[in-house]
Design a protein around this ligand. Sequence first.
Ligand code: ACO
Length: 324
Amino acid sequence: MTMNSIIKSTGSYLPERILTNAELEKMVDTTDEWITQRSGIKQRHIARDDESTGDMAIKAALDALATSGLSPDDIDGVIVATTTPDRTFPSVAVKVQGELGIKPGLAFDVQAVCTGFVYALTVADNFIKCGQAKNILVIGAEKMSSLVDWTDRTTCVLFADGAGAVVLSAQENNEGLAGQGIHSTHLYANGAQREMLQTTGGVSTTGDNGVIEMQGREVFKYAVSYMADVVGEVLERNNITSADIDWLVPHQANIRIIEGTAKKLDMGMEQVVVTVDHHGNTSAASIPLALDEAVKSGKIMRGQMLLIEAMGGGLTWGAALVRF
Ligand code: ACO
């Protein structure tokens, strides 16, 4: 008998304002055709000036709690994956904890850019597996619009805002891979590649947040190969084949990277959760947003096997095998 962390419920929040490619055509020298062909993005949600990452995280967390059958009193911890916190400190996680009236317990942020949710899920899974917590709110929340240089056409067309959340709960498992829960997690970073995708500043250097600068073509190249490697590792480690996977739930950066990973897995696109067309790249929020949309629409059903994967600044990358 082992202890597994199961995804008890999912939730999400997207800001009301939708920014279309047609509007971007009026802001920078770009076209709907270029953005669609290169990235697959048609529109994205952008937060209001007075709407913070924490505000969005709270809404996603409340949504996930509502269907969990748990109350804030049952939650032992809050882990938020974000690159765009409300303040340098304290963390977004303590804001969520405080605003939801969750009792004192662990609460902190994880920063691994677009791979953040996979990192946060892994940390929470380990707390649960070692018996230090029973129910953890794991949130991915980002206001990437606040880090974008809106005059830089190479990045401003890609990034967006939103939040997604899951309630992760301890459950005994004696069925091996047939049982519900997180079966394996795989995390990587290659710090030698940190300058490929970074901000131009930060607290202890320039004293401001900086804006995103990205060597897009290079990042794209490594994204495709790292994703192929890590999904291969998931299959090998668990002694399964891609035929055992029901859904690929990838980070939503670029439809071409997603298609490349699906191809490597020999999976048809009908088995891939795609939201990049209407969400854009919401960094750490993209996987829980995609997951929640697929669960609520009835695509992902209980008992199905999910392969989650992401790649982002650092470079960082990772994956998780989860029976929902
Ligand atoms: N509109 C029109 N033309 C553009 C635009 C634009 N918005 N942006 C760039 N171009 C031009 C370039 O200037 C270049 O012109 P040139 O040939 O005259 O020099 C041309 O289009 C091709 O540019 P590339 O950068 O080679 O285009 P590419 O096909 O690589 O697509 C993209 C760019 C979409 C950024 C792609 O490289 C990509 O998706 N990279 C990976 C991004 C990613 O996955 N990031 C990781 C997660 S993000 C995170 O962790 C924060």
